[in-house]
Write a protein of this length. Structure first.
Length: 245
């Protein structure tokens, strides 16, 4: 075990490794005021706390294209979404712009280059709002918010990955009827639009995907489902992009 820079009253949620002597972990730590965003840097021999953009709240995801282009995403103490960017020497907040929908919550960030970053999460404008999936794209100067496919009930995205010039996002949809339940959700960005990809639901009522990665010609997604006995089980799904149809 490698101890972090904050041993108590801290929780780390995500990590990205750039080089043997360069990695970042993000999360939150308890302070006298609301939780403070936590950023720790691995320098090859130890973890060191690094001052962020002075935001109270929690960071949930981190991604990097190189050591001078690291992004972290999370939720501020007031409930608003926020993003920070490391330029090699300091962390600075990146404004999400006036087009950010009210009630946005971020769950993942994917950085592909200095002028190419993506966010994923959900939007619920009010407590009564069922919510809908959200993605955002940074082109180096501004954010855009692509239209998301309509699905039955509420939907939320948990994780993003890239495969070539295309993206894949996973999450879940919630049943619109009072009985509840959820189904797996996979969405594909073909370079111009998001489309829902059919995905299996092994459980009769509860199915969720929470992580996704690409390798070779496959997309792998992981999550959980509940069989008829209600005991949660692990879920792994694979989409083969090069297999014979």
């Amino acid at each position: 075990m490698v101890p972090g820079a904050v041993a108590i009253y801290g929780a780390l949620r995500d990590v990205v490794a750039i080089a043997p002597d360069d990695a970042w972990a993000v999360g939150s730590r308890l302070t006298a005021t609301p939780n403070a965003a936590l950023l720790e840097d691995w320098n090859g021999s130890g973890w060191l706390p690094v001052e962020g953009a002075a935001r109270s709240g929690s960071l949930v995801a981190v991604s990097a294209s190189d050591g001078s282009n690291v992004w972290a995403a999370g939720t501020a103490a007031n409930g608003s979404a926020f993003v920070e960017r490391w330029n090699g020497s300091t962390w600075n907040e990146v404004p999400l712009g006036p087009k950010l929908p009210p009630g946005a919550r971020l769950s993942d960030v994917l950085v592909l280059g200095p002028k190419d970053a993506w966010l994923a999460g959900r939007v619920a404008a009010t407590a009564a709002d069922a919510g809908s999936a959200l993605t955002a794209h940074w082109d180096g100067s501004s954010w855009s918010y692509p239209a998301m496919p309509d699905v039955a009930g509420a939907d939320a995205l948990a994780s993003l990955t890239a495969h070539g010039s295309e993206l894949w996002a996973v999450g879940s949809t919630s049943s619109p009827d009072p009985s509840g339940g959820s189904a797996t959700l996979i969405e594909h960005w073909n370079g111009s639009a998001w489309q829902v990809q059919t995905s299996p639901d092994p459980g009769p009522n509860v199915n969720r995907l929470e992580g996704v990665a690409s390798t070779g010609g496959s997309i792998w997604a992981v999550g959980t489902f509940e069989p008829a006995n209600g005991v949660p089980r692990t879920l792994i799904e694979r989409l083969c992009l090069v297999c014979a149809r």
